[in-house]
Write a protein that binds this ligand. Structure first.
Ligand code: KIV
Length: 290
C-alpha cells in the first residue's frame, strides 16, 4: 500500500490512511494552495494535502468560501499537484459544485482528477442528497473525504462559525451522520469544530480515520490551514489553531529592509549586477557617440 518514492519517502495513498488508523499512527493533513508550499510539503512528513476552499479566506481575501468556483479550485489544485508526488492531494468541492444534480456533482468531482491531478475530493455535509452523490462519485472511481461539524459553506444556516454538536440531540446527529458517511464509502472524515467527547466517540465507532480541526486530540489525525500555522493570517487566529512561525513579521521585516536598501542605494550590489565585456563596452560607446 505504501511504497518508497525516489527520495526514499514512504509514498502515501488514501488506503494507507486506513492502515495508519489500524496501527494507531496519527495522520497529519495540511492545506496548500500553490506550487511553492506544495514543494515544501512534498519534502515534509505530512500524510495528505488538502487544497481547501479556505483558499477564499487566506488567498483570495474573501469573507467566506461561497464565491469560490470550480475554476478557482482547479487552478490551485493544479499548482499544488505539480509539486506533490508522495501523498494524495485532495480537492475541496466548492459551494454549488455538488448540490445541483448528481450528474453535475460526479462531473465536477471527476474534473479534480482529470484536469488537476488530484487523488480524491472532499465535500461538506451528510444530507441524503450528499450521501447519494458520494456513492455515485465513488462508483466513478473517485475517493471521497467527508466533512461534518462546522461546515463553513453552510454558515448562513448554522448561524456563523460556532462550535457544532453541543446539545445531546446535535451530538447524536453528528454520530449518525458520521456512520452514514462511512456507510456511503468515504475514505476518511473531517470533524470540524465539535466537542472533543463527540469527536472521540465518532473516532471510536468508525473504521475509517477521522481528521479533526478543533475537535480535540483523540481524532485519528489533525488538519490545520497552512497560513494559520505559519503565522501569515495576521490578527485572525481560530482558537483551535496553533502558530508554529511568525512569517508575517519575517516578511514585513524583509520588505522593510529591501525598501531601505533601494532608497539608500545599497541594492543592487556589484555581485547582483551584470556588465558588458570591456570590448563590447568600448564598441557600444563608439556606436552611441557617432
Ligand atoms: O477548506 C479547508 O481548508 C477545510 C479544512 C479546514 C478542513 O475544509
Amino acid at each position: 500500500m505504501s511504497t518508497q518514492n525516489a527520495s526514499g519517502r514512504q509514498r502515501r495513498s488514501v488506503q494507507s490512511l486506513l492502515s495508519m488508523k489500524k496501527a494507531g499512527e496519527k495522520i497529519v493533513m495540511l492545506t496548500a494552495y500553490d506550487y511553492q508550499i506544495g514543494s515544501i510539503l512534498e519534502a515534509s512528513e505530512v500524510d495528505i494535502i488538502l487544497v481547501g476552499d479556505s483558499v477564499a479566506n487566506v488567498f483570495m481575501g474573501l469573507r467566506d468560501t461561497l464565491p469560490v468556483t470550480m475554476e478557482n479550485m482547479l487552478y490551485h489544485t493544479r499548482a499544488v499537484t505539480r509539486a506533490v508526488r508522495s501523498v494524495p492531494v485532495i480537492g475541496d468541492m466548492p459551494f454549488l459544485s455538488f448540490q445541483v444534480s448528481i450528474d453535475e456533482t460526479v462531473r465536477n468531482a471527476g474534473r479534480f482528477l482529470k484536469e488537476a491531478g488530484a487523488g480524491g475530493v472532499k465535500l461538506e455535509g451528510a444530507s441524503d442528497f450528499c450521501l447519494a452523490a458520494i456513492r455515485r462519485i465513488i462508483d466513478a472511481g473517485i475517493p471521497v473525504m467527508g466533512h461534518i461539524g462546522l461546515t463553513p459553506q453552510s454558515h448562513n444556516i448554522l448561524g456563523g462559525y460556532k462550535v457544532q454538536g453541543k446539545t445531546v440531540k446535535a451530538a447524536q446527529k453528528l454520530l449518525a451522520d458520521a456512520e452514514k458517511l462511512q456507510e456511503a464509502g468515504v475514505f476518511s472524515l473531517v470533524l470540524e469544530n465539535i466537542p472533543a467527547e463527540v469527536a472521540t466517540e465518532i473516532t471510536k465507532r468508525l473504521k475509517i480515520p477521522t481528521i479533526g480541526i478543533g475537535a480535540g486530540s483523540e481524532c485519528d489525525g489533525q488538519v490545520l490551514v497552512i497560513n494559520d500555522i505559519l503565522g501569515l493570517s495576521g490578527d485572525f487566529k481560530p482558537p483551535f489553531a496553533r502558530r508554529y512561525a511568525d512569517l508575517k513579521s519575517t516578511i514585513s521585516d524583509a520588505v522593510g529592509r529591501f525598501c531601505g536598501d533601494v532608497r539608500e542605494g545599497k541594492f543592487p550590489a556589484e555581485d547582483e549586477t551584470s556588465h558588458l565585456s570591456e570590448k563590447n563596452l568600448r564598441d557600444f560607446k563608439k556606436k552611441i557617440e557617432k
